[in-house]
Structure formats: C-alpha cells, structure tokens
Design a protein around this ligand. Structure first.
Ligand SMILES: [Zn+2]
Length: 278
C-alpha cells in the first residue's frame, strides 16, 4: 500500500552534484524544527528551494546530501542551537507540519530528520568511545570493536479490532478531549508482529484477538517509529482497560463513532477502511 507520505520518486544516497550547479530542496533543522515559509495556499508551508545556505545567509554545523527527488537534489542541514530564522521564514516542528507540507517533501523531511539525528547522536562507539567512521550512507563502523551502527528504527504495531459490525476504539489520557483511536504499541525483542498485536490488545484492554491480518505500514518520524498496521477480530474476554494507558474503551458501530484521528494518520486509514467495509 502506498501511504500518503511516500518516498516513491526519491532516490536515497548517491553522489551529491557539484555545488551551485542547480537548485535543491533544503531541509534545514534547528533542533527538532524545520525552516519553512508560510504559504496562503495548500500546501501551506514551503521549504527552501535554492542553490545553498548562502542564499538565506545561514551557516550550517553539518550538511548531509540526502538523495534526489526525481532530478532535484535534496540536502539536510543542521544549524547551531538558537540560530534565528531569516526574515519571512520560521522554524516549525515537523509534527506541526504534518499535513501542511507537500506530502512527498514531508516524507523526505521525515527521513532527513531521522538521518540527521542519527548522525548527531552516533558520533562515537558506545562500547569504546572511538569516533565512528561512515561505511555507507546508512551505516557507521567502529574498527577496534568491529561493531556496526545503523539508524535507529522502532517498529510499532497499530491494530483495528472488530466484533461483527463494531469497532474497538480507546482513549489514551494523552489524547485531546473526546478523541478515540485504535490500539498501538511498540514491538519488543523476540516478538513476532502477531505476538505484539496479541500482547498489546491483551495488556491494554484485556481481550483476546484472532484472524490477525497485515494491513499496511507507514513511517512515523516522531522520532523514529515504523507503524505496522493490522486488522484483527475479537476472540473472547471482557474489556478491562489498563488504567495507566487507557482511560476509556468501548465497541462502536459505524453510525455512532466518536471523534477519531485526522485523515493523514494510519489510524484513520484503518478506521476509514472499516467504515467502507460492507
Ligand atoms: Zn568501539
């Protein structure tokens, strides 16, 4: 399934073009915020499309060639903490830009953010403190320990549980008031994805599920998750929400759904597929 923030048409890595040869997309971060310009029309935010940081009178601590979007080079850059944005530009958290930036560029921004964070937080071997050497665009190496480091990814499952014509939706205390969603949780070492689905549903709401089917996946760069979505059917047990994680849970029919997540999330895609089902 192609998700809305697809890296389709993006070729990662490779050799950067000669500087100043052609304009590039610039993903410029200060901390966890991306440099954008507000636009009155969708997409509502734009990133710099320019020959380099000099155009914006900015100086980067690190610049990383990310790859090409069709034929346009893409660069990531990190600015020193506290750098003020150029006139007419502003820094906005990537999460706030969800749905406001061109979808394809948002996908690259997610990759840019994770790659730059990985470079920033993996400069030395965590066993012997030797400076790491890049062995490819997505691997670093410590020679004394013969250890390799890769960008961190945290797989998480998200599951839509149904019982006949009802869907199970729950509320985390962290959700905005009134909103319900499907269940989700991180994969633990040694688990298959199906086991994670069964454990998370059991831990969070106390029921058993069956007929677990893969639905689709979506990168979620906040900060480095990969969401793997499933559907499952109720198999038994009574709803017993885990008080720390779930403040309310219930079965809902299509005509009486509570408020659910926004249209760009994979949770919403799962719920929409339930609504579209016969
Ligand atoms: Zn080492």
């Amino acid at each position: 399934m192609l998700h809305p923030f697809s890296l389709d048409n993006f070729t990662a890595g490779g050799f950067p073009p000669e500087p100043t040869q052609s304009p590039a997309h610039w993903f410029i971060f200060c901390g966890k915020q991306l440099l954008i310009k507000r636009s009155p029309n969708p997409p509502l935010a734009q990133i710099p499309y320019s020959l380099g940081l000099d155009d914006l009178e900015l100086k980067a601590e690190k610049i990383l060639f990310l790859g090409k979007s069709q034929q346009t080079p893409c660069y990531g850059a990190i600015l020193a903490a506290g750098t003020p944005p150029p006139l007419d530009w502003l820094f906005v958290s990537l999460r706030q830009l969800y749905g406001q930036l061109d979808e394809h560029l948002f996908a690259i921004a997610g990759r840019a953010f994770q790659m730059m964070e990985w470079h920033r937080t993996h400069q030395f071997c965590s066993c012997c403190a030797t400076p790491l050497v890049s062995s490819s665009t997505t691997a670093k190496h410590c020679s004394p320990c013969n250890l390799r480091y890769y960008p961190k990814l945290s797989p998480a499952i998200i599951v839509r549980v149904t019982r006949g014509d009802e869907i199970l939706l729950a509320r985390s205390p962290r959700f905005r008031p009134g909103m319900y969603s499907v269940l989700a949780g991180f994969v633990e070492p040694g688990e298959s994805l199906e086991e994670t689905v069964m454990r998370e549903v059991r831990e969070e709401v106390g029921i058993e599920v069956k007929n677990i089917c893969y639905f689709g996946s979506r990168p979620w760069p906040f900060p480095n998750s990969l969401m793997l979505a499933f559907s499952a059917e109720y198999a038994g047990g009574d709803l017993r929400p885990e008080p720390e994680e779930i403040e309310a849970v219930a079965w809902f029919t299509k005509d009486a759904l509570p408020e659910v997540p926004g249209p760009l999330s994979i949770a919403r895609t799962l719920i929409d597929a339930f609504l579209a089902s016969a």
